[in-house]
Design a binder for this molecule. Structure first.
Ligand code: NAD
Length: 352
């Protein structure tokens, strides 16, 4: 089979791909470092039963690149990386698997910091931490509540732009995915007085959201076409695609999922349809900001960390302004916004 990995690396300026294999523990993982221009790379460890090795590598590449832009847009001096483990998180996890991965990460000597992601938990991160200091695992627990808080701040910035007020009281929000972030977001939105519509492939999670927060459940394939103010994708990537974008009946898309646009042209279509899209890597940076400021920069004041996460609202407003000024879709404006910091870092580095 012909491999085009180096072509892909060249096209988007990737630095490294590390393949990690350990037969006794069953570990098959890929660590991608997209860029260390801003500093050592950071990014979560995703565990997923990928249908092929190619699909796993592809996911790691896309996610690592998004991390570079996420940290750049968040104003942090951290580069972009990601780990994917090929395996089913429900049946194939073990202490040994994560400790072995920890040893591989340790070999990189600080080039890459790991963290929690889809399919992994703070407990899994604690196994990594037995073997390496290069893991961001806040002692207070999961990153998801701060990710949800950042999404809320970004949503409010979008609401201020479109409705003239950041108030979400009485606004209808459709949340796709009631997992760690989705659930935390549903709670925050319910406190704001928003009307909630929810969907998840896991019926128990939907039931919980309905019972606790009075959310109206709909089928997973019906959530896209609900008439709402805000659609909030908090499940998996690729959700904004040829099929879903024409079916949307919302004014704003603002959610936590990574890589929401299946392809850039779906971002163009959102723009043409007048739907305000809050770029994923900007609005979902709350957990990453928390992980880095708490575990790498050593900030212990949670209120200060929260204030930093709230800056996501300001970043979204700046991106909307770029989009309006340049007449470009927000996903392009976000790449420009983050790209400016990367350019500055390259320039400064060039001086040394
Ligand atoms: P999670 O696994 O806890 O939750 C995802 C939820 O989506 C699950 O409940 C799952 O059943 C549901 N789901 C899957 N397919 C679905 C479908 N087709 N329709 C409806 N629901 C579906 O993950 P999470 O940590 O809540 O993360 C959610 C998203 O946010 C992911 O894309 C993740 O990459 C992104 N993200 C998470 C964080 C974080 O702090 N956890 C940070 C940044 C980005």
């Amino acid at each position: 089979m012909e491999s085009n990995l180096f072509t892909k690396m060249a096209a988007d300026q990737y630095e490294n791909i590390f393949f990690c294999y350990h037969q006794p523990s069953g570990l098959k993982a890929v660590i991608v470092i997209h860029s260390t221009v801003l500093g050592p790379a950071g990014g979560g460890v995703r565990m997923f039963p990928y249908r092929s090795e190619e699909a796993a590598i592809e996911d790691a590449l896309r996610l690592a690149r998004a991390m570079t832009f996420k940290f750049a847009a968040a104003g942090l001096n951290v580069g972009g990386g990601k780990t994917v483990i090929i395996g089913d998180p429900k049946t194939e996890k073990s202490e040994a698997l994560f400790r072995v991965l920890g040893k591989f990460i340790n070999r990189l000597g600080g080039l890459y910091y790991a963290g929690e992601d889809v399919g992994t938990t703070p407990e899994d991160m604690s196994y990594l931490a037995m073997e390496t200091p290069y893991v961001a695992n806040p002692p207070e627990g999961s990153l998801a509540p701060l990710t949800a808080f950042g999404v809320l701040c970004g949503m409010k910035a979008c609401a201020r732009e479109l409705f003239g007020s950041a108030e979400l009281e009485g606004r209808t929000v459709a949340v796709q995915g009631c997992g760690s972030v989705g659930q935390a977001l549903i709670e925050l939105l319910s406190r704001e007085g928003a009307r909630l519509i929810v969907a998840d492939v896991d019926e128990a999670k939907v039931k919980k959201a309905a019972e606790r927060y009075g959310a109206r459940p709909v089928a997973p394939d019906a959530i896209f076409s609900e008439e709402v103010d805000i659609f909030s994708p908090c499940a998996l990537g690729g959700v904004l695609n040829e099929k879903t974008v024409p079916a949307l009946r919302c004014k704003i898309v603002a959610g936590s999922a990574n890589n929401q646009l299946a392809e850039n042209r779906n971002g163009d279509l959102l723009y043409q349809r007048g739907i305000l899209y809050a770029p994923d890597f900007v609005i979902n940076a709350g957990g990453a900001i928390y992980g880095v400021t708490r575990c790498i920069n050593g900030e212990t004041d949670l209120e200060r960390i929260k204030q930093r996460v709230a800056g996501i609202g300001q970043a979204i407003t700046e991106i909307i302004n770029i989009s309006k000024k340049e007449n470009i879709p927000t996903y392009q404006a976000a790449e420009r916004f983050a790209g400016k910091r990367l350019e500055t870092a390259r320039l400064v580095r060039g001086l040394l």
